[in-house]
Ligand binder design. Structure first.
Ligand SMILES: C[S@@+](CC[C@H](N)C(=O)[O-])C[C@H]1O[C@@H](n2cnc3c(N)ncnc32)[C@H](O)[C@@H]1O
Length: 306
């Protein structure tokens, strides 16, 4: 596919990010990127790193992320969900640009030009860039313009929430699965909203991103679908930030509590029995599995790796 061009306001010709995304998609369908087999997550790599800032507390940034920020000349960050303390602490001499309100047409040339000028550029996403981060479209647009990119993972907010709750998202005999999801709205149609399906499964911990403003609608839908109103729900606002707040309730009453607290954004909604951590059974790992030694099958070896 050719690189189609559009006129920008400045009158210069720029690549159209949508064309770049389509072209990169076509390439992926044809063959896998060689770098997949050459590099591991955490390796030093050339190009622009897409770094996960973690949930907020600067101490929850990875070592790799910290080193990259300390070397950066330009940091394009995800606005209010990236703690300004982290930017102050690690982005010593970097120019800081907030990406909120900027479209790809603005962000891509900004990062490309700085990189081509020899600057160390870091794209900083909140939590982990692979979760509701819209990172790949930026990476594809940059790669299409011969600017290499790579991921540097971060601690996603659901993990900070579970640490705050002092529980596990998976818990023997309570929760065997975790769903990272979001509620219906502008991006997701009602048919694509699977929160009720996950809750219905019974042994899933459902972590809802981007749903603080819609707690009441979400809980109302669960009640309409006849889910137990007593099912535990926690809403963790700003997990790991100094103003972190934890609201614990149930499908039946959490909406009132969240409305009373006044939160409309920046919280993780966790549904399921793992919220309380009650009722789990000891695992095989430190019981029967441990006593079987290393002579087990491949499946057993994998289980004992946990
Ligand atoms: C655009 S998504 C980005 C998620 C991010 N990539 C991650 O891995 O956490 C933003 C949503 O993540 C959740 N979120 C991000 N940081 C949070 C935090 N510190 N505490 C609670 N929820 C958070 C909220 O649900 C928020 O609406």
């Amino acid at each position: 596919m050719s690189n189609e061009t559009t006129e920008t306001d400045a009158g210069t010709e720029e690549n159209d990010p949508q064309d770049a995304i389509d072209a990169q998609g076509d390439r992926r369908r044809e063959e896998l990127d060689d770098r997949i087999f050459e590099h591991s997550a955490g390796d030093e790599q050339e190009g622009i790193p897409f770094v996960g800032a973690g949930p907020g507390n600067p101490r929850l940034l990875t070592v790799a992320g910290k080193e990259l920020l300390e070397e950066a000349d330009l940091v394009v960050h995800a606005g209010s969900l990236v703690n300004s303390e982290l930017l102050e602490e690690y982005c010593d001499h970097a120019e800081l640009v907030n990406s909120v309100g900027k479209d790809l047409e603005e962000l891509i040339p900004l990062m490309r030009d700085a990189y081509e000028d020899g600057d160390n550029v870091v794209r900083l996403h909140s939590g982990d860039p692979a979760i509701y981060g819209a990172a790949l479209e930026q990476m594809d647009a940059l790669e299409h313009e011969d600017v290499p990119t790579h991921f540097v993972p971060g601690v996603t907010s659901a993990f900070a929430a579970s640490a705050t709750l002092r529980t596990q998202l998976t818990l023997n005999e309570v929760s065997n699965h975790v769903a990272f999801t979001r509620p219906q709205g502008k991006t997701l149609s009602p048919e694509e909203d699977h929160i009720s399906d996950f809750v219905e499964m019974g042994d899933v911990t459902t972590c809802i991103y981007l749903g603080t403003h819609a707690v009441r609608e979400t809980m109302d839908r669960l009640l309409e679908d006849d889910h137990d109103p007593e099912t535990p729900v926690a809403v963790i606002y700003h997990a790991s930030w100094p103003d972190e707040d934890v609201i614990v309730g149930s499908i039946g009453d959490i909406a009132d509590r969240v409305e009373e607290a006044g939160y409309r954004a920046s919280a993780m909604v966790v549904i399921g029995d793992a919220v309380t951590g009650a009722g789990y059974e000891r695992s095989y790992l430190y019981g029967d599995w441990a006593n079987r030694g290393s002579s087990g099958s491949a499946g057993e070896t994998e289980a004992s790796d946990d």
